[in-house]
Design a protein around this ligand. Structure first.
Ligand code: 5GP
Length: 114
């Protein structure tokens, strides 16, 4: 169960963001510390899940919606190709425990997995 996180505050509108996409279950906004020319976060509106493993087990349709939104954003902001990253746990680099997808695109040709 996700605690009260910064992304929960973004979903509720307490913290304003530039909304890049919104669907029934999902919103997307720019990462505040971009790691690529295009770096967008896609998150579910529900605060119930810390990570993608929990979300996939409980609400696979929401995960599918996140992937579809990622694809749409990559087409709007880059050439349609993208890297989708889910950090899963603190030792894997996760800092916000409200499941989120990093959509990274643009100029990643030289990139490693890191
Ligand atoms: P994580 O390390 O948990 O996978 O990724 C969390 C991401 O959220 C980081 O890339 C960080 O820059 C981003 N982030 C954290 N707080 C905020 C915020 O208040 N607004 C935005 N736009 N991004 C945030």
């Amino acid at each position: 169960m996700a605690a009260d996180t910064v992304f929960g505050k973004i979903v509720s509108g307490e913290i304003p963001v530039e909304l890049l996409a919104e669907t029934e279950r999902v919103i997307a906004f720019p990462d505040m510390h971009p790691q690529a020319p295009v770096h967008i976060l896609v998150i579910p509106k529900t605060t119930a899940y810390d990570n993608v493993v929990e979300l996939a087990a409980a609400e696979p349709e929401t995960l599918a919606e996140m992937v579809a939104v990622a694809k749409q954003l990559a087409s709007e902001h880059a050439n349609g190709e993208f890297r989708l990253v889910f950090n899963n746990g603190a030792s894997a680099g996760q800092t916000v425990f409200h499941v989120h997808a990093h959509v990274l695109a643009g100029g990643l040709e030289e990139g490693s997995l890191g």
